[in-house]
Design a protein around this ligand. Sequence first.
Ligand code: IMP
Length: 428
Amino acid sequence: MPAIVVLGAQWGDEGKGKATDLLGSRVDYVVKFNGGNNAGHTVVIGAEKYALHLLPSGILTAGVVPVIGNGVVIDLSVLFHEIDGLEERGIDTSRLLVSANAHVIASYHRTLDKVTERFLGSRKIGTTGRGIGPTYADKMSRVGIRIQDLFDEKILRQKVEGALEQKNHLLVKVYNRRAITVDEVVEELLAHTERLHPYVADTTLLLGEALERDEVVLLEGGQATLLDVDHGTYPFVTSSSATAGGACTGAGIPPRSITRVIGIAKAYITRVGEGPFPTELFDEDGEQLRQVGHEFGTTTGRPRRCGWYDVPIARYAGRVNGITDLVLTKLDVLSGWERIPVCVAYDVDGERVTELPMTQTGFHHAKPVYEYLPGWTEDISGARTLADLPVQAREYVDFLEQRSGVRISAIGVGPERDQTVVIHDLLT
Ligand code: IMP
């Protein structure tokens, strides 16, 4: 029953596509289990660059069945925009399966996302504005619209009515916006049903059967550990479960089927949106990481906040997810620094701590305690084995592995599929 989870070990944008690429055609199913089009993978294949927001990256690998699981929230116009974009470039998307239980993002969710952020003012989360939070809120409040509802117009209308009842009061009386009509929402959603129909499936059943047949199921997490609604830096998080536990609920597979949990971490760290970030750099080092690492959001184009590698975060991600293998990405971005700081602990109000503080206040007060490692000047983008790396780069990797408490199984040295140093196979 090999189910393998791939997830971000930091604040997102770690380059999860690297791990998916390494597993490549040995995988039978690639399942997206959480989030929606707030994500952004960029996958580079030869001269082609693909920016995916909603579709699982497995859509690009021939023979793999890509699945959008029940834990995902789907903006249908984005889904078909991505499908059209890939089809135009000759990628076959007909294998895609969409869970009948996944929730749908409607225009009122996007509107509410934007107005609530504005209303929060200085307390804003810095969301992607894609309607993610309000859609998950409706799911939990049991007034959500699911993919299966789109195939029964009478039920859909009733559900939209129920969802809008309270929201229109809010929109009109609190946010000073116009009321949304049931008709316009029903029309917006029904516009996609015919095209959607062939993709819709009981994905939990199909994945369960695939695991019984010993096929390999890859579960691809959107966002990352510190953006998880339970285990992240709440409230500056996304609204879904981005950790390994979320893979079980968001795909409908049993925990005992998971054989491997692959965490992805950059050789430094970035974050988008608001919230505490102990190693954040505000100087030219931060700017250099941003420029060299092309640290601008795939979804919103926002410049990412950049900082040095944070060991307490890596240890935390390892523990919460049960990470068996860490893929360290973008090591090439660190070429050229004379010495590289690594945050090994925090100073929290005068006390040195090596684990994430228990409280939000503690994390806001955490100041990084650095150890400095010698840097290297060589271009390492051509390295394919550990022996190809300069000794300082190898020592940097060893140091991160020892301190993070998780073995490093692969190292990314460039954006191309083959620009990777593989230390341990991710499947066998
Ligand atoms: P939301 O997911 O749009 O509600 O945004 C909540 C927080 O998660 C914001 O700080 C976003 O910037 C962040 N976020 C959401 N998706 C991603 C992602 O794929 N990478 C990095 N940050 C993300």
